[in-house]
Design a protein around this ligand. Structure first.
Ligand SMILES: CC(C)NC(=O)[C@H]1CCC[C@H]1Nc1nc(Nc2ccc(C(=O)N(C)C3CCN(C)CC3)cc2)ncc1C(F)(F)F
Length: 246
């Protein structure tokens, strides 16, 4: 938005609230329309109490700071934020075609053409982020949304500035973590390239490459890079080569 928009103090009165789009980690997300511009947005409502008890306030602050400065067609925009007594509100770009992981669940796996289109746009978004010394560290289907024209949008607030010693509490799935993070040693932007390979595999086969029943088994498969390609669905050797290289 314009420079003026950047400095504007937003309040809930600036918006007409529409239907709920679903639940995020720390609260609900609503469709909303900014009254003056009639601009459609997603309003993510986070409860301060939950942020406090999960000790993520400082992380949210930094990630909002990063996200609001990123401008790329395959990165979901953060237009601004505001808060009241109990809640923090994030004014986000509305992705009209929703959550990619639901689409992947529905069609089990994607065609090579569709997977290639998604991976190429993610690669462009990561080149942009790494160019600004931002590594994402949380590339996975759940963090991807789809725009009105079917374009991919990285939407998670797991962005973090390029840091070496920021430990990530092992919350959520290990599936997407590369060896250096699973062994929680220092890591750099290449962690995102690894995750891109994991994502490419999951787009084509419908499951992540190192999936296992137990966490400890997933851990072992990752550190050993125990990469196996199922016989079905049929995937080109070019695609397998790309996944192996990445
Ligand atoms: C990346 C992050 C981890 N994920 C999230 O934040 C999630 C948590 C809840 C929603 C989503 N957050 C967003 N979702 C959209 N668009 C959207 C979502 C869902 C549908 C949809 O399928 N239904 C409404 C369907 C319609 C049909 N009925 C049956 C089910 C729901 C359609 C459009 N735009 C921006 C956001 C954002 F990110 F800005 F908040």
């Amino acid at each position: 938005g314009s420079a003026a928009a950047e400095k504007k103090r937003w309040t809930l009165n600036d918006f007409d609230i529409g239907k709920p789009l679903g639940r995020g980690k720390f609260g609900h997300v609503y469709l909303a329309r900014e009254k003056r511009s009639n601009h459609i947005v997603a309003l993510k409502v986070l409860f301060k109490s939950q942020l406090k008890q999960s000790q993520v306030e400082h992380q949210l602050r930094r990630e909002v700071e990063i996200q609001s400065h990123l401008r790329h067609p395959n990165i979901l925009r953060l237009y601004g934020y505001f808060y009241d007594q109990k809640r923090v509100y994030l004014i986000l770009e509305y992705a009209a075609k929703g959550e990619l992981y639901k689409e992947l669940q529905k069609c089990k796996y994607f065609s090579e053409r569709r997977a290639a289109t998604y991976i190429a746009s993610l690669a462009r978004a990561l080149i942009y982020c790494h160019g600004k010394h931002v590594i994402h560290r949380d590339i996975k289907p759940e963090n991807l949304l789809v725009g009105a024209q079917g374009e991919l949008k990285i939407a998670d607030f797991g962005w973090s500035v390029h840091t070496f010693n920021r430990r990530r509490t092992m919350c959520g799935t290990l599936d997407y973590l590369p060896p250096e993070m699973v062994e929680s040693v220092e890591h750099d932007a290449n962690v995102d390239i690894w995750s891109l390979g994991v994502l490419c595999y999951e787009f084509l086969y419908g499951m992540p490459p190192f999936e296992a029943k137990e966490h400890s088994d997933t851990y072992k498969r990752i550190v050993q890079v125990d990469l196996k390609f199922p016989a079905k669905p049929i995937v080109s050797s070019a695609a397998k080569d790309l996944i192996s290289q990445v």
